[in-house]
Design a binder for this molecule. Structure first.
Ligand code: SF4
Ligand code: SF4
Length: 210
């Protein structure tokens, strides 16, 4: 019947209201802000940028690929790519964001930026006490405010952060193994070339540079 759900909701509210005088379990509200209900692990508000280590600039995972900027539905991310590069978590030189701003007065907490980021660099924060009296730019959040350590990510989303760490560690181990294999192959080729030259009865002819 039309409206049954509304009636059921009202009955439940009435049961909680009356029951809260005798049963603490029916007291579904707390005296915020003095009392706070612990946030669930899946809680999400606005994005933040993850950095590894203790230096927010050196450890920032973002490589300024700008995928999130393009995919953000309300277009509230603003990125300027750096001119130089810095090493990423596996030591590969990468660009970094010279500017990374999010206008959280526009952000709709959809998490699309997080899902499209190939570098595990942007995640959803659970911070919600962000009100300001400045309506002209007070909620335009800059890189310095957005950058938070990996420890913060672990604190608010422990399961997800542990999975991400394991994935990044596996990528790093794979890259290090490949670099070692390449270096060994190069050293072997150089040693073989040297041995071949030493065994040759003819002196090596210098090749003119072109
Ligand atoms: S959560 Fe959604 S709206 Fe907010 S910055 Fe990310 S993509 Fe944009
Ligand atoms: S947060 Fe991720 S998707 Fe966005 S620019 Fe940085 S690396 Fe690219």
């Amino acid at each position: 019947m039309l409206g049954t759900g509304i009636l059921q909701g009202m009955v439940e509210t009435a049961r909680n209201f009356v029951g809260s005088y005798t049963d603490e379990a029916r007291l579904t509200t707390v005296e915020y802000p003095e009392q706070r209900i612990p946030l669930k692990e899946a809680t999400r508000q606005f994005p933040f940028l993850v950095f590894d280590g203790s230096d927010p600039q050196a450890g920032l995972r973002c490589v300024a690929c700008q995928i999130c900027e393009k995919e953000c539905p309300p277009q509230c991310i603003f990125i300027e790519k750096s001119k130089d590069k810095k090493p990423d978590y596996i030591g590969k030189p990468q660009f970094y964001p010279a500017t990374f701003d999010i206008d959280i007065s526009v952000c709709m907490s959809c998490q699309i930026c997080v899902e499209v980021c190939p570098f595990e660099a942007i995640k959803m924060d659970n911070e919600f006490e962000l009100s300001t009296t400045d309506r002209f730019g007070g909620l335009l959040t800059h890189k310095q405010q957005l950058a938070k350590p990996n420890e913060h990510y672990h604190k608010i989303h422990p399961t997800e952060a542990a999975e991400v760490d394991a994935r990044l560690a596996a990528d790093k181990a794979k890259a290090e193994a490949k670099a070692k294999t390449d270096a060994d192959a190069k050293a072997k080729a150089a040693a073989e070339a040297k041995a071949k030259t030493a065994a040759s009865p003819f002196p090596a002819i210098p090749v003119a540079a072109t």
